[in-house]
Ligand binder design. Sequence first.
Ligand code: ADP
Length: 193
Amino acid sequence: MGGQGLRRRLILFGAPGSGKGTQAELLRQRYDLDHIAPGDMLREHRAAGTELGHLASEYMAAGKLVPDELIVNMIRHRLEDDGDAKGFVLDGFPRTVPQARSLQELLEKMDRPIDLVAVLDVPEEELVARLSRRATEERREDDTPEIISERLRVYRVQTEPVLEYLGDLVPVLRLDGRGSVEEVNGALVQAIG
Ligand code: ADP
């Protein structure tokens, strides 16, 4: 591990339900990366009752995106805190073109360029099925049918365009996210080097 050629600054990209969180966690364990997931960070803020948690909660409950400025500040602090020792996997950020622009600017200043954007492609029917299953298992408040369809709509409208923006700047790899957890992980490990 820790070889020179390792691509260790990663963005995992995909719709809600595409498996980003599961795969990011496996990569964190294998390569000792910092797993940066704004959705998890926001849920922690909410549970801790911080001002940010309070501001974010209505957006999250409705399946809408939290305003860019709040998210970008939160991620900026996180990246500043983590140092550049290990590398990172971003899971759920950037989710809008302005977020992607801010990230590019920030990482350029820090001299920490993104090595790879890995996209987990999963058809919409499969996403709906997975999110509905998770709704029963985890009882997340934003996994109700109406809110699931809103989150998928937000993904198509606000998040998909991020790929076009990033595609001009960093290597993008599209993976079939319908495979098993192990298959998708294998493909990611291969891409990381
Ligand atoms: P999922 O990918 O399954 O939708 P997440 O845990 O990544 O779940 O996100 C949950 C919610 O947190 C989102 O619906 C949104 O309200 C908020 N959120 C997460 N990441 C971002 C982001 N980058 N920008 C704005 N809001 C975000």
